[in-house]
Design a binder for this molecule. Structure first.
Ligand SMILES: [Zn+2]
Length: 55
């Protein structure tokens, strides 16, 4: 695909912009522990976001 870069930008717009991003796992972990959320490494922006626990 020739527009991979564009698609990635778009994913970041949709997926990442509405969320808070953390530059490293430590920051995400601290925030996650505080708020009771899970943290995960984002494949689009390579930063960390928080997500609800689904158990
Ligand atoms: Zn992201």
């Amino acid at each position: 695909m020739s527009n991979n870069r564009k698609t990635r930008r778009r994913n970041i717009e949709l997926h990442c912009k509405p969320k808070k991003s953390y530059p490293n796992q430590m920051a995400a972990m601290n925030a996650g522990v505080r708020t009771g959320l899970n943290w995960y490494r984002c494949p689009y922006c390579r930063q960390w976001h928080l997500t609800k626990r689904n158990t």
